[in-house]
Design a protein around this ligand. Structure first.
Ligand SMILES: *Cc1c(COP(=O)(O)O)cnc(C)c1O
Length: 844
């Protein structure tokens, strides 16, 4: 008989074991090996059955076993010690508290909004890199003591589970999660009643959501859940799936996470006394509606005009963009936005102003990234290269600026070391100490020991591969007696290459199949074979991606190679871990520059894996010639087929002539050259790829300046917000009429040599603006035949007087280059409150 509905009954623990509850529900266990070991010891079989899920484990242990454990003094002591350790972790001052003591302008709290969070496989609320990054951000913030509040949605089915049909086609399953069986606690108000967040929907309806809290170490994560009886049946489904439905479904999700998310934060702070966020960070544009809610709040509570409220909200908002793929930008039809944004949803926020915030080239489209940039005074990409690509991609929002001056910076992503590093690595090398230069961590470790460590991790991976290959074939319909061969797939001594990631086109899952014979030769080489693990999910609506997976699966099904190449279905955090630990080489071959950062290669590097990658994302800035290999990219080649051919060819060449020889060349059983690469990777990359390095950068360069700007803007009854809004209004009227008149370089030296001073004078019609409202600059650089300035330097010009109704400006600049030189004069808006990283504007 099938159950109609299922639910979870939580275990009643004997008093001596009561602290297990806190240890199981705070997700800190997921990066704390001693706590994991405790759970495994309570009941090893139940621990396996539960899929290493402490909440499920506690439900599975029999009462008899619980009584036995309660009577065991050693177990009880260990539980108490670990509970004390957790309590100390949660309350002791950490890095942030030290910083804040020196500088009270550090924000009391930061709201971090994201559509997905990948904290642990026991809370499957993510689809890929974006979510796992958000999870790592929360964990690193917790380790550093940064007072973040995470905000997202709780999906009833999370992302789908992947399996394969017999002919290699991706099948999707959506297991239904019961929040009661997850490490979550319902948010209640001070009277103990569940908090219900409400947002208005079209046709006079209301969407309600309860709020679940997950504890990610010290960081609370609030997840909104619409699946409650108070909602109309269709609205109950708003949080059913991640990236599941159509645009209408999607905009409802984004309204809930953004507008409902701010309301959830307010309720959380009211109920718990937690300080209110001073800074709001939107991880990608999906939650961008949160700023509209904050504009509404300020208009209602402080009587600010829309423009004044925008100014105030911008000051405290940080926006991180994650995709350089134009098709990856979140967009809605304008009519759909119009349909949802009524005066009931965000009273007092005018519709035409909302629409203007999301305007883009296509007048029928509302662009969430554009709104994110217009409502955040600080914006960044996720690697240096991605920052540069974003400045080009969004440069149109800052007219008059060269791409390299567009105020979008970058913070290179990082990964949470304690989550992704095998415990043996941490035991051997200790904690990485980012930023501090000491002796290399591997210095006391011999080549033989490092090599043995890599061998142990590879061996564990091979066991996991065999287990998963067998399970996958059983699911595809094979019977156990035909699967004897799966006990012998892979070899713990063979060079192991991993390729696992989502399957959008730009990641080029099948590049390795460009020349199947060459791949086969590499796998079957009698002396220097390679074994290859491939994994990844395709978006359920993307048949193109599923066809790529099928190509790989068909190739790997061939009995001639199936012991050397596998496609493992259902890539998720629980599988990923084994791959990052055990693969010798981590392969990545995206179409440059479409990989914004990429983080899986960083996780491999934590464990001494060597990256073999196109120089894209993080690898473009951290590849140093001795920590892996760069696959040459044929960037300039427009014909995609030819480009794939060239890059695939380079990949085969590298594997055959560089990678495999270094791995198989032994000296007394140890591949000395290989170990040197591993050593260098562990010593230099391991500290740099830490999420704590990333979170510190966000704190120092983004959250603190945003908190200061936000604080400045509210003082004296929002005087600065009002001043800035009125400045913007003046600017908007005058700007189109501002003209640079006569430019005169009579001060050009007689014989111009590099460094000689040149005097430039300009007369500017400011159309009623004050000279202090603008910055007039001279820009000098090389010119080509088209007079396009390149390699230029700019210098501010001084206001030296007024004549004929025009303001006169002057500057003396040293000539920066030899050769053909040109110059121009430009006018930029300038206001002390607008400064971002030395630049002076926000997007129009
Ligand atoms: C790290 C991680 C990703 C992201 O990897 P990329 O290199 O950014 O593609 C995706 N899925 C899981 C399970 C991960 O752990």
């Amino acid at each position: 008989m099938r159950a109609l509905r299922r639910f979870t009954v939580r275990a009643q623990l004997p008093e001596q074991l009561a602290p297990l509850h806190a240890l199981a529900t705070n997700l800190r266990w997921s990066w704390h090996p001693p706590t994991q070991d405790l759970f495994a010891r309570l009941d090893p079989d139940a621990w396996e059955r539960s899929g290493h899920d402490p909440v499920r484990l506690l439900g599975e242990i029999s009462s008899a076993r619980l009584a036995e454990l309660a009577a065991d003094a050693e177990t009880v002591v260990t539980i108490r010690e670990l509970a004390d350790d957790l309590a100390a972790y949660l309350s002791e001052p950490r890095w942030y508290q030290g910083e804040r003591e020196d500088d009270p302008s550090l924000p009391a709290a930061v709201g971090y909004f994201s559509m997905e969070f990948g904290v642990s496989e026991v809370l499957p609320n993510y689809s890929g890199g974006l979510g796992v990054l958000a999870g790592d951000h929360l964990k690193a913030a917790s380790d550093l003591g940064v007072p973040l509040i995470g905000v997202g949605l709780l999906y009833r089915s999370g992302y789908f589970r992947q399996s394969l049909s017999l002919d290699g086609w991706q099948l999707e399953h959506y297991p239904v999660l019961d929040p009661q069986g997850l490490p979550l606690q319902l948010l209640t108000d001070r009277s103990g009643a569940p908090v219900l967040v409400e947002v208005s929907m079209p046709e006079g309806r209301t969407l309600k959501a309860r709020v679940w809290q997950a504890a990610v170490g010290r960081v609370p994560l609030l997840l909104l859940d619409s699946d409650i009886e108070d909602n109309d049946p269709d609205l109950r489904g708003v949080t059913d799936r991640l990236y599941g439905g159509d645009q209408d479904h999607r905009i409802k999700q984004e309204i809930l996470v953004g507008i409902g998310g701010v309301r959830a934060v307010r309720a959380f702070c009211a109920a718990t006394g937690h300080p209110e966020p001073e800074v709001f960070h939107t991880n990608e544009g999906h939650a961008g509606f949160l700023s509209l809610e904050r504009i509404r709040e300020l208009s209602a509570a402080e009587g600010l005009s829309f423009d004044e409220a925008v100014t105030a909200v911008r000051a405290g908002t940080v926006f991180t963009t994650h995709t350089p793929v134009p098709a990856g930008i979140d967009r809605f039809p304008v009519d759909l936005v119009r349909h949802h944004f009524s005066d009931r949803l965000v009273p007092g926020v005018p519709m035409d102003r909302v629409l203007a915030l999301g305007a883009e080239e296509n007048p029928n489209t509302f662009n969430m990234a554009h709104m994110g940039l217009r409502l955040a005074q600080r914006a960044n990409g996720v690697s240096k290269l991605h920052g540069a690509v974003s400045r080009g991609m969004f440069g149109g929002l800052w007219s008059g600026f060269d791409a390299d001056e567009v105020p979008i910076g970058s913070v290179t992503n990082g990964v949470h070391g304690h989550t992704w590093e095998a415990r043996e690595v941490t035991e051997l090398l200790g904690d990485p100490t980012p930023g501090r230069s000491g002796a290399p961590a591997t210095e006391p470790v011999s080549d033989a020991t490092l090599w043995a460590l890599r061998g142990a991790l590879r061996s564990r991976l091979v066991d996991e591969v065999r287990r998963r290959v067998r399970a996958a074939w059983l699911e595809r319909g094979a019977s156990a007696p035909e699967l004897g061969w799966t006990d012998h797939v892979f070899d713990p001594e063979v060079l192991t290459v991993g390729f696992a990631r989502r399957v959008p086109t730009y990641k080029r899952l099948t590049l390795m199949l460009r020349d199947p014979d060459r791949l086969r030769d590499l796998l079957l080489d009698p002396h220097r074979p390679v074994q290859l693990i491939v994994a990844g999910k395709s978006h359920p609506a993307d048949d193109g991606g599923k066809a790529l997976i099928q190509q790989i699966v068909r190739f790997a099904d061939d009995p001639a190679v199936r012991h050397r190449i596998v496609f493992l279905p259902d890539y998720d955090m629980s599988m990923a871990r084994y791959l990052y630990w055990g693969c010798d080489v981590w392969l990545n071959n995206p179409l440059r520059p479409l990989e914004a950062c990429g983080t899986s290669g960083m996780k491999s590097a934590l464990n001494g894996g060597l990256n073999l990658s196109i120089r894209d994302g993080w690898w473009d800035e951290l590849y140093d010639g001795a920590n892996g290999w760069a696959i040459p990219t044929a960037d300039g080649i427009d014909d995609p087929t030819r480009r794939d051919d060239l890059e695939a060819n380079a990949l085969y060449e590298l594997l055959a002539t560089q990678v495999a020889p270094a791995f198989y060349e032994r000296d007394g059983g140890v591949p000395t050259r290989w170990v040197e690469l591993v050593r260098h990777t562990l010593d230099t990359l391991r500290p740099q790829v830490q999420a704590t390095r990333m979170v510190r950068e966000y704190v120092q360069d983004w959250y603190v300046p945003a908190a200061r700007a936000a604080a400045e803007i509210v003082t004296d009854d929002f005087a600065a917000a009002k001043e800035l809004a009125s400045y913007r209004a003046r600017l908007n009227t005058a700007w189109p009429l501002v003209k640079v008149g006569g430019v005169d370089a009579s001060g050009l030296p007689d014989t111009p040599v590099v460094g000689a001073p040149m005097t430039v004078r300009a007369a500017v019609d400011l159309a009623g603006l004050d000279p202090a409202d603008v910055c007039v600059e001279v820009v000098v650089g090389r010119v080509d035949d088209s007079d396009e300035l390149d390699d230029s330097v700019s210098a501010p010009m001084k206001h030296v007087g007024t004549s004929d109704g025009r303001d006169r400006f002057e500057a003396i600049v040293p000539l920066p280059h030899a050769g053909l030189t040109g110059y121009t004069v430009r006018v930029l808006p300038a206001h002390p409150l607008l400064a971002t990283h030395g630049r002076v504007v926000g997007p129009g």
